[in-house]
Design a protein around this ligand. Structure first.
Ligand code: BMA
Length: 424
């Protein structure tokens, strides 16, 4: 309903800045059924008259580029209607192939690439040419550009090396206190962040008039911080320190370095959240509404994780409840809810996609508001000498069921995407 962004309206006389409000009030007074209502109420004429209208979702970056704002608004609009399917490293390799132009395991099975591409920055800060899974960074930039130009969504995560020890993200020797401003390793940390600034400078595309622009990116730093497996995780840093780490990251990238194409996603891990106390545990070390755009959740736990001893029924209930709670929190904050990571390693269940994954996402009005759901990478079997994949490949036991998942009206893959980068 509110089309304009505040920065776009800056400098206009007061009347013109207030017109969206005037239009909304007028429509509200007319009892229009199309007026946006809080998502947990049915949009009837009655509630439309009385319900408080949510203000338009704004990014934490008030200078965000038009396309970045458009993406965020469009994902909000789609939320509740369709869930975008995402896959990590989709274009770089699959279970039986590496680096074949135009190929992805998801496309091999369904005919379409995923709607969301996840990419990984681990080892970027070390000056390496390839990330920690052997993906060449220059090629990654090309794949990001190609995916964006086909209309898909890009998200970046970072298993950042430990700036204090030089070890990897799983080297849990204390680091956060030392990398914050005033700490001994602060300079090194800033250099690490600068490698992302440089990488991001290469994430450009060209519009129809030949002008270069920055590709919008969902940036998801410091994920699963409520677990204890990364150096920024619980037990290896305190709550206040983690919040400072997050805020410094945003302020440095956005305010110091002027990055305006990032949408910031927060994503704790489900395995360390008690569903009966979701809100409080999810918000452990939450950096604040002024620092987060996406209320995300990483959930492998309820999807057949080997450590979860709950029955299949209990896990299904856990999955549904975790999505409902994520959506409720996102709505209360006027943020976007997403399943930022998840899946079932090697998908051994032939009906996993429809009877577990879709059943949870499509359970009710709340769960359907998850904007996108991304499953983790399909490691190349020969190269990594193991079975570590989360999407099916052609012939895999869940491949047929995945086609039903793809065809379901709730799911959205790259083929079916509307223009997400034009202002709604
Ligand atoms: C993990 C595993 C690792 C990988 C890392 C970063 O979950 O897939 O093999 O190196 O993510 O992509």
């Amino acid at each position: 309903m509110f089309m304009s962004s505040h920065s776009y309206l800056r400098g206009l006389p007061a009347f013109w800045r207030l017109w969206p409000l005037a239009v909304a009030l007028l429509l509200g007074a007319c009892g229009q059924t199309t007026v946006e209502t809080p998502s947990d109420r049915p949009a009837t004429a009655d509630t439309a008259k009385t319900a408080p209208r949510p203000s338009p979702p704004l990014l934490i970056d008030s200078e965000a580029t038009d396309r970045t704002r458009a993406l965020y608004r469009n994902l909000h609009r789609i939320s509740g209607e369709r869930v975008l399917f995402g896959h990590q490293d989709a274009l770089a390799y699959g279970v039986t192939w590496v680096n074949e132009p135009g190929r992805s395991d998801v496309k091999d099975v369904t005919g379409s690439h995923p709607a969301v591409y996840g990419w990984e920055l681990g080892n970027l800060a070390l000056g390496a040419e390839e990330n920690l899974d052997g993906v060449n960074f220059a090629q990654m930039q090309e794949w990001i550009r190609a995916g964006h130009e086909r209309g898909a969504v890009i998200t970046l995560g970072w298993h950042m090396s430990n700036p204090v020890t030089g070890g990897d993200a799983w080297d849990t020797r204390p680091a956060v206190g030392d990398i914050l401003p005033g700490g001994e390793a602060h300079g090194t940390f800033v250099e690490y962040l600068d490698t992302l600034v440089a990488f991001n400078e290469g994430l450009t595309a060209t519009d129809e008039r030949g002008r270069e622009y920055a590709i919008p990116v969902i940036f998801r730093p410091w994920h699963e911080h409520n677990g204890n497996w990364f150096w920024w995780g619980r037990e290896h840093t305190g709550e206040a320190e983690y919040i400072q780490l997050w805020r410094f990251t945003v302020e440095y990238l956005r305010d110091e370095r002027g990055i305006d194409n990032f949408i910031y996603a927060y994503s704790p891990d489900r395995s360390r959240i008690d569903l009966d106390n979701f809100r409080e545990e999810y918000l452990y070390a939450y950096p604040g509404d002024d620092y987060v755009d996406i209320i995300g959740l990483d959930n492998y736990w309820d999807l057949g994780h080997p450590g979860n001893e709950a029955s299949a029924e209990e896990q299904a209930e856990g999955f549904r409840r975790s999505l409902e709670a994520t959506v409720a929190l996102a709505r209360a904050k006027n943020k976007l809810p997403a399943l930022t990571e998840g899946g079932y390693e090697t998908v051994p269940d032939p009906t996993f996609w429809t009877e577990t994954f879709l059943a949870g996402l499509n359970a009710n009005e709340k769960t359907r508001q998850i904007a996108y759901a991304l499953v983790w990478r399909n490691a190349n079997r020969e190269k990594e000498d193991r079975d570590h994949y989360y999407a099916p490949y052609a012939g895999q036991v869940s491949a047929e069921d995945f086609v039903d998942f793809y065809r379901h009206p709730l799911t959205l893959f790259e083929h079916g995407l509307p223009d997400l980068y034009r202002a709604p």
